[in-house]
Design a protein around this ligand. Structure first.
Ligand code: GLP
Length: 239
Protein backbone atom coordinates (compact mmCIF):
# COMPACT_ATOMS: atom_id res chain seq x y z
CA UNK A 1 0.00 0.00 0.00
CA UNK A 2 1.19 3.47 -0.84
CA UNK A 3 0.42 6.14 1.74
CA UNK A 4 0.37 9.81 0.82
CA UNK A 5 0.14 12.17 3.77
CA UNK A 6 -0.83 15.74 2.99
CA UNK A 7 -0.93 18.87 5.12
CA UNK A 8 -4.62 19.48 4.72
CA UNK A 9 -7.87 18.62 2.95
CA UNK A 10 -7.11 20.82 -0.06
CA UNK A 11 -3.80 19.13 -0.72
CA UNK A 12 -5.42 15.71 -0.29
CA UNK A 13 -8.02 16.67 -2.90
CA UNK A 14 -5.36 17.98 -5.25
CA UNK A 15 -3.27 14.81 -5.07
CA UNK A 16 -6.35 12.66 -5.56
CA UNK A 17 -7.41 14.67 -8.62
CA UNK A 18 -3.93 14.24 -10.11
CA UNK A 19 -4.24 10.46 -9.79
CA UNK A 20 -7.67 10.48 -11.44
CA UNK A 21 -6.32 12.72 -14.19
CA UNK A 22 -3.59 10.22 -14.94
CA UNK A 23 -6.09 7.35 -15.06
CA UNK A 24 -8.43 9.11 -17.48
CA UNK A 25 -5.57 10.08 -19.79
CA UNK A 26 -5.65 6.48 -21.04
CA UNK A 27 -7.75 5.83 -24.14
CA UNK A 28 -10.44 3.99 -22.20
CA UNK A 29 -11.02 4.22 -18.51
CA UNK A 30 -13.58 2.77 -16.14
CA UNK A 31 -13.71 4.91 -13.02
CA UNK A 32 -15.33 3.74 -9.81
CA UNK A 33 -16.70 6.78 -7.99
CA UNK A 34 -17.72 7.52 -4.44
CA UNK A 35 -19.98 10.02 -2.71
CA UNK A 36 -19.79 11.45 0.82
CA UNK A 37 -18.17 14.71 1.86
CA UNK A 38 -14.55 13.55 1.51
CA UNK A 39 -14.28 13.42 -2.31
CA UNK A 40 -16.10 16.74 -2.87
CA UNK A 41 -12.82 18.72 -3.09
CA UNK A 42 -11.41 16.21 -5.58
CA UNK A 43 -14.50 16.62 -7.78
CA UNK A 44 -14.14 20.41 -7.61
CA UNK A 45 -10.57 20.14 -8.82
CA UNK A 46 -11.50 17.73 -11.61
CA UNK A 47 -14.19 20.16 -12.73
CA UNK A 48 -11.62 22.97 -12.74
CA UNK A 49 -9.10 20.85 -14.67
CA UNK A 50 -11.80 20.19 -17.26
CA UNK A 51 -12.61 23.92 -17.58
CA UNK A 52 -8.91 24.64 -18.06
CA UNK A 53 -8.79 22.09 -20.86
CA UNK A 54 -6.54 19.73 -18.91
CA UNK A 55 -9.00 16.89 -18.32
CA UNK A 56 -11.04 15.07 -20.93
CA UNK A 57 -13.78 12.65 -19.88
CA UNK A 58 -14.95 11.64 -23.37
CA UNK A 59 -13.58 8.12 -23.07
CA UNK A 60 -14.52 7.62 -19.45
CA UNK A 61 -17.20 5.33 -18.13
CA UNK A 62 -18.12 5.55 -14.48
CA UNK A 63 -19.74 3.25 -11.97
CA UNK A 64 -20.74 4.47 -8.54
CA UNK A 65 -20.60 2.46 -5.40
CA UNK A 66 -24.07 2.90 -4.02
CA UNK A 67 -27.47 4.55 -3.83
CA UNK A 68 -30.16 4.98 -1.19
CA UNK A 69 -33.23 2.81 -1.74
CA UNK A 70 -36.34 4.97 -2.27
CA UNK A 71 -34.63 8.23 -3.29
CA UNK A 72 -35.31 9.33 -6.89
CA UNK A 73 -32.51 11.04 -8.90
CA UNK A 74 -34.25 14.38 -8.35
CA UNK A 75 -33.89 14.10 -4.55
CA UNK A 76 -31.07 16.35 -3.37
CA UNK A 77 -29.65 13.64 -1.12
CA UNK A 78 -29.70 10.89 -3.70
CA UNK A 79 -26.26 9.87 -4.86
CA UNK A 80 -27.29 10.38 -8.49
CA UNK A 81 -28.10 14.00 -7.65
CA UNK A 82 -24.78 14.31 -5.80
CA UNK A 83 -22.80 13.03 -8.78
CA UNK A 84 -24.64 15.25 -11.26
CA UNK A 85 -24.19 18.37 -9.18
CA UNK A 86 -20.60 17.78 -8.06
CA UNK A 87 -19.18 16.37 -11.27
CA UNK A 88 -21.18 15.05 -14.22
CA UNK A 89 -23.06 18.29 -15.02
CA UNK A 90 -19.77 20.18 -15.29
CA UNK A 91 -17.62 17.90 -17.46
CA UNK A 92 -17.79 16.24 -20.87
CA UNK A 93 -18.65 12.73 -19.73
CA UNK A 94 -21.36 11.12 -21.86
CA UNK A 95 -24.42 10.78 -19.56
CA UNK A 96 -24.96 7.28 -20.99
CA UNK A 97 -21.58 6.30 -19.58
CA UNK A 98 -22.42 7.22 -15.98
CA UNK A 99 -23.84 4.38 -13.95
CA UNK A 100 -25.36 4.22 -10.46
CA UNK A 101 -27.79 1.78 -8.94
CA UNK A 102 -31.34 3.11 -9.18
CA UNK A 103 -32.97 3.92 -5.85
CA UNK A 104 -36.48 3.58 -7.19
CA UNK A 105 -36.37 0.33 -9.19
CA UNK A 106 -37.37 -2.92 -7.51
CA UNK A 107 -34.32 -3.42 -5.22
CA UNK A 108 -33.75 -7.14 -5.82
CA UNK A 109 -34.00 -6.79 -9.61
CA UNK A 110 -31.83 -3.67 -9.45
CA UNK A 111 -29.07 -5.56 -7.63
CA UNK A 112 -29.06 -8.16 -10.39
CA UNK A 113 -29.07 -5.51 -13.12
CA UNK A 114 -26.20 -3.60 -11.52
CA UNK A 115 -24.11 -6.70 -10.92
CA UNK A 116 -24.61 -7.79 -14.55
CA UNK A 117 -23.65 -4.31 -15.69
CA UNK A 118 -20.46 -4.40 -13.59
CA UNK A 119 -19.58 -7.78 -15.05
CA UNK A 120 -20.17 -6.55 -18.60
CA UNK A 121 -17.99 -3.46 -18.08
CA UNK A 122 -15.05 -5.50 -16.79
CA UNK A 123 -12.47 -4.51 -14.19
CA UNK A 124 -12.58 -1.01 -12.77
CA UNK A 125 -9.36 0.85 -13.56
CA UNK A 126 -9.43 3.20 -10.60
CA UNK A 127 -11.86 2.88 -7.69
CA UNK A 128 -12.20 5.92 -5.46
CA UNK A 129 -13.32 5.16 -1.90
CA UNK A 130 -14.18 7.14 1.20
CA UNK A 131 -14.27 5.48 4.59
CA UNK A 132 -17.21 5.30 6.97
CA UNK A 133 -16.55 5.77 10.70
CA UNK A 134 -17.39 2.11 11.26
CA UNK A 135 -15.10 1.01 8.43
CA UNK A 136 -17.73 0.75 5.72
CA UNK A 137 -16.74 1.14 2.08
CA UNK A 138 -19.52 2.04 -0.32
CA UNK A 139 -22.34 0.85 1.88
CA UNK A 140 -20.69 -2.47 2.74
CA UNK A 141 -21.48 -2.32 6.43
CA UNK A 142 -19.75 -4.35 9.18
CA UNK A 143 -21.08 -7.89 9.31
CA UNK A 144 -20.24 -11.57 9.59
CA UNK A 145 -19.04 -11.99 6.01
CA UNK A 146 -17.76 -9.94 3.10
CA UNK A 147 -20.61 -9.82 0.61
CA UNK A 148 -19.19 -10.30 -2.86
CA UNK A 149 -21.94 -9.03 -5.12
CA UNK A 150 -24.17 -5.98 -5.38
CA UNK A 151 -26.65 -6.26 -2.55
CA UNK A 152 -29.27 -4.57 -0.41
CA UNK A 153 -28.02 -3.25 2.93
CA UNK A 154 -29.81 -2.32 6.11
CA UNK A 155 -27.83 0.72 7.18
CA UNK A 156 -26.46 0.63 10.70
CA UNK A 157 -27.68 3.18 13.25
CA UNK A 158 -24.23 4.82 13.26
CA UNK A 159 -24.29 5.27 9.48
CA UNK A 160 -27.82 6.66 9.57
CA UNK A 161 -26.74 9.09 12.29
CA UNK A 162 -23.56 10.08 10.41
CA UNK A 163 -25.52 10.77 7.24
CA UNK A 164 -28.38 12.54 9.02
CA UNK A 165 -26.34 15.76 8.77
CA UNK A 166 -27.27 15.96 5.09
CA UNK A 167 -31.03 15.64 5.68
CA UNK A 168 -33.35 18.16 7.31
CA UNK A 169 -34.58 15.55 9.80
CA UNK A 170 -32.93 12.25 10.87
CA UNK A 171 -36.19 10.38 10.12
CA UNK A 172 -35.70 11.28 6.46
CA UNK A 173 -32.50 9.26 6.09
CA UNK A 174 -33.36 6.11 4.14
CA UNK A 175 -32.85 2.92 6.13
CA UNK A 176 -31.71 0.84 3.20
CA UNK A 177 -29.31 1.17 0.29
CA UNK A 178 -27.93 -0.78 -2.65
CA UNK A 179 -24.18 -1.17 -2.74
CA UNK A 180 -21.57 -2.63 -4.98
CA UNK A 181 -20.09 -5.72 -3.34
CA UNK A 182 -16.55 -6.35 -2.18
CA UNK A 183 -15.58 -8.35 -5.27
CA UNK A 184 -15.85 -5.46 -7.76
CA UNK A 185 -13.90 -3.23 -5.38
CA UNK A 186 -11.19 -5.84 -4.87
CA UNK A 187 -10.92 -6.50 -8.61
CA UNK A 188 -10.24 -2.84 -9.36
CA UNK A 189 -6.73 -2.37 -10.76
CA UNK A 190 -6.08 0.49 -8.35
CA UNK A 191 -8.01 1.56 -5.26
CA UNK A 192 -7.70 5.16 -4.11
CA UNK A 193 -8.86 5.73 -0.53
CA UNK A 194 -9.44 9.28 0.67
CA UNK A 195 -9.56 10.16 4.35
CA UNK A 196 -9.66 13.51 6.05
CA UNK A 197 -9.90 14.83 9.60
CA UNK A 198 -9.12 13.64 13.12
CA UNK A 199 -12.47 11.85 13.27
CA UNK A 200 -11.23 9.23 10.80
CA UNK A 201 -7.87 8.56 12.50
CA UNK A 202 -9.04 5.66 14.68
CA UNK A 203 -10.85 3.79 11.91
CA UNK A 204 -7.94 4.35 9.51
CA UNK A 205 -5.70 2.63 12.04
CA UNK A 206 -8.11 -0.26 12.58
CA UNK A 207 -8.75 -0.74 8.87
CA UNK A 208 -5.17 -0.65 7.68
CA UNK A 209 -3.22 -2.10 10.61
CA UNK A 210 -5.75 -4.28 12.40
CA UNK A 211 -7.16 -7.72 11.59
CA UNK A 212 -8.70 -8.32 8.18
CA UNK A 213 -12.30 -8.89 9.15
CA UNK A 214 -15.78 -8.24 7.74
CA UNK A 215 -16.46 -6.40 11.01
CA UNK A 216 -14.25 -3.66 9.53
CA UNK A 217 -15.07 -3.96 5.83
CA UNK A 218 -12.25 -1.64 4.66
CA UNK A 219 -9.71 -3.99 6.25
CA UNK A 220 -10.11 -6.25 3.20
CA UNK A 221 -8.11 -3.63 1.30
CA UNK A 222 -4.99 -4.89 3.12
CA UNK A 223 -5.23 -7.83 0.70
CA UNK A 224 -5.41 -5.65 -2.40
CA UNK A 225 -2.15 -5.37 -4.35
CA UNK A 226 -2.50 -1.75 -5.37
CA UNK A 227 -4.03 0.60 -2.82
CA UNK A 228 -3.18 4.28 -2.55
CA UNK A 229 -4.27 5.84 0.74
CA UNK A 230 -4.30 9.62 0.65
CA UNK A 231 -5.07 11.44 3.83
CA UNK A 232 -4.42 14.67 5.59
CA UNK A 233 -2.15 14.45 8.61
CA UNK A 234 -5.06 14.41 11.09
CA UNK A 235 -6.65 11.36 9.47
CA UNK A 236 -3.31 9.54 9.28
CA UNK A 237 -2.17 10.58 12.76
CA UNK A 238 -2.72 7.14 14.33
CA UNK A 239 -0.88 5.16 11.65
C1 GLP B 1 -21.40 7.29 3.04
C2 GLP B 1 -21.06 6.69 1.68
C3 GLP B 1 -19.64 6.20 1.61
C4 GLP B 1 -18.70 7.23 2.18
C5 GLP B 1 -19.00 7.42 3.64
C6 GLP B 1 -18.09 8.42 4.33
O1 GLP B 1 -22.04 6.44 3.91
N1 GLP B 1 -21.94 5.63 1.28
O2 GLP B 1 -19.31 5.89 0.26
O3 GLP B 1 -17.37 6.84 2.01
O4 GLP B 1 -20.33 7.86 3.77
O5 GLP B 1 -18.54 9.71 4.12
P1 GLP B 1 -17.75 11.02 4.41
O6 GLP B 1 -16.75 11.14 3.31
O7 GLP B 1 -18.78 12.10 4.35
O8 GLP B 1 -17.12 10.87 5.75
Amino acid sequence: MKIICTNDYDKMSERAAEIVLKAIAKKKCLLGLATGSTPVGMYERLTRLYREGRADFRHVQSVNLDEYISLPPSHEQSYRYFMQSHLFDHINIDPKNTHLPSGTASPEAECRRYEDLLKSLGRIDLQVLGLGHNGHIGFNEPGEIFVKETHIVDLTESTILANARFFSRPEEVPRRAITMGIRSIMQARTVLVLVSGRGKAEIVKRAFTGDVTPRVPASVLQLHPNVILIGDKEALSEL
